[in-house]
Design a protein around this ligand. Structure first.
Ligand code: CP
Ligand code: NVA
Length: 307
């Protein structure tokens, strides 16, 4: 596989292999430091939207392993505006060894991948957020081990982060539930893909309206912003719809006693996630953010064929 655009493009075995590698690279980083496996390699990072975690964790992933990263801001590149995506892809393919792109439209990262001769990593699109999904899976495996049948519940908007969480859960044989208000369901195309995966792995998928029913027996409660980047004009409307889907202490108290609470961040505290829960004993939001670093080293290593 040349690119990393969606978790669903990879087999369950390949996803497990990348997670195993992430575990190994994380352990190595904390014991003796990583080997310079990215020496001589530069990752070009195209951003059409803001970022803290994705930008810094990819940059540090490259530096820890002897490589480098180059940040390309929306204004500099003007992807598809100043220059066509196909031309940007072909020019950058001669300068850097891999690309990471955060885009508005998923089609744009597909177009970049089509025209690049180097690996392209999806750093978030309107459709999905596969690097986040891999870090999320790493965090879940660290807590519960890689066992079949874990119950992973996403509460809130059926958005890009939910798509990747659903796909990685299906790949790893975990049961995925989404509790969302009407009108904020998951992309039907993504659900079809997940149905195909779960038919092979034995995971179950459930889509409900009631967050209380959804968290019963949950090992993981996951939430994300009610308004994703690019939907800002809908903020007021969404702030009215989503309050019943807030992840608060009452909701967490209805889940498995060992439940972990996850959020990809940035969090809108006391909107989708209360301070009490975010900073409470079930929260893993900061180890989860830190796992972006280790998961992405593994993704890059596999794409560059160096580990
Ligand atoms: N979770 C995540 O992708 O964060 P950033 O938007 O800060 O990169
Ligand atoms: N769903 C959010 C995730 C941010 C990391 C967004 O797309 O803005």
């Amino acid at each position: 596989m040349k690119d990393f655009l969606a978790i669903s493009d990879y087999s369950s075995a390949e996803v497990r292999d990348m997670l195993d590698l992430a575990v190994r690279l994380k352990q190595e980083y904390f014991t003796k430091g990583n080997q310079p496996i990215f020496k001589g390699k530069v990752l070009g990072m195209i951003f059409q939207k803001p970022s803290l975690r994705t930008r810094v964790s990819f940059d540090m992933a490259m530096r820890h392993c002897g490589g480098d990263a180059l940040y390309l801001s929306p204004n500099e590149i003007g992807l598809g505006k100043r220059e066509s995506i196909a031309d940007v892809a072909r020019v950058l393919s001669g300068y850097v060894q891999a690309l990471m792109a955060r885009v508005f439209e998923h089609e744009h990262v597909l177009e970049l991948a089509k025209w690049s001769s180097i690996p392209v990593v999806n750093g978030l699109s309107d459709y999905n957020h596969p690097c986040q999904g891999m870090a999320d899976a790493l965090t879940i495996v660290e807590k519960f081990g890689n066992q079949q049948g874990l119950n992973v519940t996403f509460v809130g908007d059926g958005n890009n982060v939910a798509v990747s969480l659903m796909h990685v859960s299906a790949k790893l044989g975990w049961n995925f539930t989404l509790a969302s208000p009407e009108g904020y369901d998951l992309d039907p195309k993504a659900v079809n893909v997940a149905n195909t995966i779960s038919a092979e792995t034995g995971s179950t998928l459930s889509f409900v309206r009631d967050p209380h029913a959804a968290v019963k027996n949950a090992h993981v409660i996951y939430t994300d912003t009610w308004t994703s980047m690019g939907q800002e004009e809908e903020t007021a409307k969404r702030e009215k719809v989503f309050p019943p889907y807030q992840v608060n202490a009452k909701l967490v108290g209805e889940a498995d006693k060992d439940v972990i609470v996850m959020h990809c961040l940035p969090a809108h505290r006391n909107h989708e996630l209360t301070d009490e829960v975010a900073d409470g004993p079930h929260s893993v939001i900061f180890p989860q953010a830190h796992n972006r670093l280790h998961a992405q080293k593994a993704i890059l290593a596999r794409l560059l064929g160096v580990a």
